[in-house]
Design a protein around this ligand. Sequence first.
Ligand SMILES: CC(C)(COP(=O)(O)OP(=O)(O)OC[C@H]1O[C@@H](n2cnc3c(N)ncnc32)[C@H](O)[C@@H]1OP(=O)(O)O)[C@@H](O)C(=O)NCCC(=O)NCCS
Ligand SMILES: CCCCCCCCCCCCCC(=O)O
Length: 218
Amino acid sequence: MSEQTDRKPGEDRKPDEDYEHHGGFPVYKPVKGGPDFGRFVEAFRRLQDLAVSTHAPDDVVAQAAAQAEALGDFLEQYTVPEGRSPAGFDTELPGRGSLLMLPWKIEKFDAESVRARGTFRRFHLGGNGAAHGGTLPLLFDDLFGMVIHANRRPIARTAYLHVNYRKITPIETELVVEGRVDRVDGRKAFCAAELCDLEGNVLADCEALMVQLLPGQP
Ligand SMILES: CC(C)(COP(=O)(O)OP(=O)(O)OC[C@H]1O[C@@H](n2cnc3c(N)ncnc32)[C@H](O)[C@@H]1OP(=O)(O)O)[C@@H](O)C(=O)NCCC(=O)NCCS
Ligand SMILES: CCCCCCCCCCCCCC(=O)O
């Protein structure tokens, strides 16, 4: 039996009593990268942009491939398990220092809402100047993870995520996304968010159900 509430997130709730119980997840802690880590990640994003936007002569591609392979060989010895790399766990960096997440900056983070600002990069291109349709669910899904965290709720899994694509989402253009918990029903947190341009036009909106995990649940 679940408890139906109309409470506004953060309004009347104390931090979730189960906050430290993240199903079968390990206890994650932020992992702060060193002084050059943000620069390191941004250099890789630039390479991703260039890898998808250049058509270099074969000898240049061969040289670039050899340098990339050498860099991989150089770094491989430092591989660590999940949760030990700053990538995705450095909360001060755009996209938390992850190459997968959108490299957006958080500008509001509280129980009312989480808001982030940034651009879809050239490597996020779908077609005809628009961000790939699959990159928007990634943006919203990661935002909802932060929304859950900002509401002092334990880690939740996304049960569903519904995106309405209202207008073309351009790459290389500053945009804003903001999301919140709309309603809580026991383990279920119903979330909503909008992606807007700087004139306030809604480019896409999204609704998702985030389900709190049971003990031991993966
Ligand atoms: C989401 C998940 C944890 C829910 O499984 P579960 O813990 O066994 O929970 P249940 O199936 O009992 O669902 C819990 C509640 O959410 C509801 N629910 C779950 N999935 C739903 C969906 N897709 N649509 C609507 N409601 C859903 C159930 O109806 C139930 O509601 P109730 O408590 O009012 O009866 C599980 O399905 C899962 O792990 N899915 C994969 C998640 C995933 O990989 N997400 C992407 C990465 S985060
Ligand atoms: C407090 C540590 C800060 C970093 C938190 C990273 C949390 C990652 C949770 C990953 C949850 C799975 C999300 C998904 O698969 O969609």
